[in-house]
Design a protein around this ligand. Structure first.
Ligand SMILES: *[C@@H]1O[C@H](CO)[C@@H](O)[C@H](O)[C@H]1NC(C)=O
Ligand SMILES: *[C@@H]1O[C@H](CO)[C@@H](O)[C@H](O)[C@H]1NC(C)=O
Ligand SMILES: *[C@@H]1O[C@H](CO)[C@@H](O)[C@H](O)[C@H]1NC(C)=O
Length: 437
């Protein structure tokens, strides 16, 4: 069913992927820099990764996934002349990460030398057949095939540390993999993370559960993937220069039902001020800007929300179906100070990338109960923050930007010296594994 162009794209993709895979397993830098940091990439049969991409148009998602496989999962460029902006689908972090780890300087082909073993299994993409496809009634099986491979093919690699040194990326919220094994038929999700055999491995997810399990949340990929320092620096200059013509912005959907919830309160507060505000001089600061992203219309279209985010001082980040949102990271890239309504949205999630103890320096937290039930107006809270304090917070947001972005593979040395989301995730994994002795 795949169109000719899709097949061509995939062929090219596979070709380069294999070349790079072969070359990079042999790269190694100065050994001393790699002490305690060696990573072995487990060679998995292609049914665990590349084969899964060939069904990219088989699922009832809002969009066909195939076009977004371009550029090793970064997606197609937003327009032909851009150097840093892509239509990125966050689900493809599994590809993005795989491509990036091939550039990691301390890879070893010898698992015995490695502190960590990376499993290049596209778990989230494989889960689509259980979540939306023909295997919906056998979602407890998710992971069986991987487990039998790990326990039968060179089983000593998996068993030597009972799985403690293994990690993989699962580019969805952990909830999608946490269906208890005993619930039949399943309500939602696969049981991958509920299998006791996988309790010891580390899964990098886009959202983790509230209690410490084997998963650790990493930032959602945004659309910004610069490949050299000048591109990052010129973007930062633009972010600093940008005139912030509205106090706060909400870019998202939901909030249209009549039951009280935070999205509804935001929608009411925003539409109320927008309507009552007289449209006079352009110098006037708008209290609230609202970008309606209902029905997934913003998903692969960063221009819709990035421009408004550049023009707003604060970006509202209410929980939706799940507590986290990609927009948290889009906003940081735009230098828009995040406003959180519960700690599960970011503070309790992204501790490796957004230091928990510094949260109040680059974000505002307003308890959602205060807004929904106690009549607190968000605009009042934000307007009460002094201008100098807002400027300081924005500088801190800008400092966080490199930490949460995924730079493009093959980036220049200058940019590689700044730790990005992948570098920080790898540091975190190595530390987590070594702390387990
Ligand atoms: C899954 O099970 C439900 C209820 O038993 C059934 O109605 C449905 O057709 C099954 N779906 C598939 C894809 O087999
Ligand atoms: C997980 O690790 C512990 C030791 O830390 C070990 O006793 C246990 O058997 C491991 N679980 C599995 C499924 O390998
Ligand atoms: C809308 O604005 C008016 C005037 O500022 C205010 O009295 C009213 O309570 C607001 N309504 C909501 C739902 O916020």
């Amino acid at each position: 069913m795949a169109s000719t162009s899709t097949v061509t794209t995939l062929t090219i993709f596979f070709f380069f992927f294999f070349i790079e895979l072969t070359v990079s397993q042999q790269i190694s830098t100065v050994d001393s820099e790699c002490t305690g940091r060696w990573i072995h990439i487990r060679r998995l049969p292609s049914r665990f990764n590349l084969d899964l991409l060939s069904t990219c148009n088989h699922y009832p998602l809002t969009d066909d996934l195939c076009p977004y496989l371009a550029n090793h999962g970064l997606g197609p460029k937003t327009h032909t002349r851009t150097r840093s902006w892509y239509r990125t689908d966050p689900l493809l972090l599994e590809l993005i990460f795989h491509r990036r780890i091939l550039e990691y300087p301390c890879l070893t082909p010898d698992p015995n030398l490695a502190s960590a073993v990376y499993l290049p299994y596209y778990a989230g993409i494989d889960s689509l057949r259980y979540l939306y496809g023909s295997d919906v009634n056998s979602s407890a099986d998710h992971g069986s095939d991987l487990l039998s491979f790990l326990t039968q093919d060179s089983p000593e690699i998996w068993s030597r540390r009972s799985g403690h040194d293994h990690f993989l990326v699962m580019a969805r919220p952990a909830w999608d993999f946490s269906q208890p094994l005993t619930v039949d038929p399943p309500i939602w999700g696969t049981s991958f993370l509920e299998r006791p055999e996988f309790f010891n491995l580390t899964a990098l997810t886009l959202e983790s559960r509230f209690w410490p399990w084997q998963e650790q949340a990493v930032p959602y990929p945004t659309s910004f993937h610069p490949h050299s320092l000048p591109f990052l620096e010129s973007w930062i200059r633009r972010v600093r220069r940008s005139r912030r013509t509205s106090l706060m912005l909400f870019a998202g959907g939901g909030g249209t039902s009549s039951t009280p919830n935070i999205r509804r309160s935001i929608r009411l507060e925003c539409t109320n001020v927008t309507e009552t505000e007289p449209e006079t001089s352009s110098e006037k600061i708008k209290t609230c800007d609202f970008v309606d992203c209902s029905n997934g219309i913003c998903e692969h279209d960063p221009i819709r929300f990035m421009r408004p985010m550049l023009q707003s001082s604060f970006c509202l980040q209410p929980p939706g179906d799940t507590p986290t949102r990609k927009a948290t990271f889009d906003g940081i890239i735009a230098g828009c100070i995040p406003v959180f309504f519960e700690d599960q949205t970011a503070k309790m999630q992204y501790g490796w990338h957004l230091p928990e103890e510094e949260f109040s320096e680059f974000s505002v937290t307003i308890a959602k109960e205060d807004v929904v039930f106690r009549g607190v107006r968000i605009a009042d809270v934000l307007m009460s923050i002094p201008k100098e304090e807002v400027a300081r917070m924005r500088e801190r947001v800008i400092e966080m930007m490199p930490r949460v972005m995924y730079r493009r593979h093959g980036a220049s040395m200058g940019l590689m010296n700044k730790k990005d989301a992948v570098d920080i995730a790898i540091d975190g994994v190595l530390q987590k594994i070594s702390s387990r002795g």
